[in-house]
Design a protein around this ligand. Structure first.
Ligand code: GDP
Ligand code: MG
Length: 174
């Protein structure tokens, strides 16, 4: 019997973090395996669809890409509620973007499901002038029970890995 590939479930994941940390590039690398030479600043919110098979399960991912600026928070936080997973980005060369993580987590706490799965990602790991200590970042994330990876949208390092790990963790709850 020929088995037609059917989607077993739908899952929403939302990308957050300061502007310029590479959220849009990361998403484009994941969905199109492409790094945009010129990336436009995201206005408000946008999404992409990707269908993935994890284990035996076909999943239709709807991935929401948000603008990092505070003035968009009232728009973007409305999308937190339906998300099963959040990827919270910082830029390894920008300490401010790391120091703002607690501010983002406050929004997550306020607007998302209580069982949301969270991944913290230090993007731009291809750059040699990192300013955020890897161990400090990892300890912070892992003490909170979050997934942690350094990654690069540009050099395609750990991009799939972040999503697969997050999806596995979400699937364990379903
Ligand atoms: P967003 O505001 O978080 O969506 O950030 P963008 O995806 O628009 O990227 C902001 C800037 O960072 C752009 O100039 C990108 O080319 C650059 N960028 C994004 N990801 C990477 C990466 O992995 N490595 C490097 N070196 N630059 C990146
Ligand atoms: Mg963007």
């Amino acid at each position: 019997l020929l088995q037609h590939p059917t989607v077993d479930l739908k899952m929403q994941i939302i990308l957050i973090g300061d502007r310029n940390v590479g959220k849009t590039c990361f998403l484009e690398r994941y969905t199109d395996d492409h790094f945009p030479e010129e990336s436009k600043s995201t206005v408000g919110i946008d999404f992409r669809i990707k269908t993935v098979t994890v284990g035996e399960t076909r999943i239709r991912l709807q991935i929401w890409d948000t603008a990092g600026q505070e003035r968009f928070n009232s728009i973007t936080t409305a999308y937190y509620r339906n998300a099963r997973g959040i990827i919270l980005f910082y830029d390894v060369t920008n300490p401010d973007s790391f120091n703002n993580i607690p501010k983002w987590l406050t929004l997550v706490d306020e607007y998302s499901r209580s069982d949301i799965e969270i991944a913290i990602v230090g993007n731009k790991a291809d750059l040699t002038n990192a300013q955020v200590n890897t161990h400090k970042a990892r300890n912070f994330a892992e003490n909170c029970g979050y997934i942690f990876f350094e990654a690069s949208a540009k050099e395609s390092i750990n991009v799939d890995t972040v999503f697969v790990n997050l999806i596995y963790k979400i699937l364990k709850q379903i």
